[in-house]
Design a protein around this ligand. Sequence first.
Ligand code: BES
Ligand code: MN
Ligand code: MN
Length: 459
Amino acid sequence: MSNSDVLSEHISRQRETWLEEVNEWLRIPSVSTDPGRRDEMLAAAEWLVKKLDAAGCQETAVWPTEGHPVVFGAYKNAEDAPTILVYGHYDVQPEDPVEGWESPPFEPTVRDGRLFARGAVDDKGQLYVHVKALETWLATRGSCPVNILYLIEGEEEVGSPNVGKVVQEKIEKLACDAVVISDTTMFAPGLPSLCYGLRGMAYCQIDVSGPKGDLHSGSFGGAVVNPGEVLARLLASCRNAETGAVAIPGFYDDVVPLTPEERRDWQGLPFDEDAYKNDLGVAALSFDSDYSPLERLWGRPTFEVNGLLSGFTGTGSKTVLPATAMAKVSMRLVPNQDADKIMDALEAHLIECAPAGVSLEVTRMQGAPAWLAPRDHPVLLAAGRALERGFSAAPVYIREGGSIPLVSLLDELLGVPAVLMGLGLPDENAHAPNENLSLENFYGGVASAVYFHEELAKL
Ligand code: BES
Ligand code: MN
Ligand code: MN
């Protein structure tokens, strides 16, 4: 039997066992933002350590941080061979709204070849591929052709506030030749994708307060400035309604224009605007006449309202002039934009526009730069060959609109290429009810990771 056959036979034989393992992990509600789930976070970290040990790591550890711990693992028996660092996250987003789930979020269920559970695709299920890839080598060949380090954090979904410090402290242990991440998506089913760019993030909360307390909207409306209305006006002022462009002064100052080459390449991707609208259940897309939807998603910065709160929102009606209004806002950044500078620009704009009679507070919550890598690095090309073998289709090169805060720091501190081998699909509902993972992509992902090790060792 050829080497590839032996490896893929192991993957086929282990399908059920691996699914059971993933299910066990997914049953642990590792919601990083929920202070009531600290024990579950630790349990999820310790579960992973056991599996890294079982897969064949010689060294594992749970590194404490000021927040949730970081899991480390190392297989280092491949002498004179390259070392890869697998980065991922074992924390998940909150499960709400629970009513939206067809099966409970922490009771993994398979339907139509997809595994439904919070964390299935983002990122527990997806990253587990790289644990099983090591197991596959050791179980079939007794050794792995590359050294593998695992750095799996528990705070990615809250902006990775603590892992950066750990990376700096442990930098010697983390020395490697490439970073590998499976925490993004494939452009379409059956179309493996290498992601070479992510947007950055500036996230903040805006609070507008007016009178000391809520007021009768008849007795006081007309005389008192309404914080709910002020907030609506402030948010609306952040976008030019005619052009669709963000209207915060200075917002685009540092944006590097997309190259004609990149725009042309993206035009070649199989994107169908009507199907996209149809899938989302919307009649029209937000607009910016100068840029196509993919360009707006991947290559342009945005201003988005993530949440709004003010006044009476229960059933029925109540006449009230609210004392306060609050919004959570994210601005996705592109390369060369600086999160602090963008938040300064937003704050200055809001202060400039806010009327007398209310006070305004902007609380900065998360900031991370964008990441963009060259598309022709030999390591990336090796990953492309591996994906082609694993999925029997040539990969496409894409960027993503989402953010992985640590990637640009890893790039900076380790100075090695990062390979983003996304195994998710665009309709897998990350962060939403009915999050799921295609099992075909999971098993194909293990095969691709195994082939990637082989391709890397050949370089
Ligand atoms: N896995 C995602 C990042 C992602 C999203 C990649 C969509 C590709 C497509 C990651 O877990 C995530 O959700 N990141 C957050 C970061 C934020 C909390 C700073 C995001 O993008 O909102
Ligand atoms: Mn993720
Ligand atoms: Mn996420």
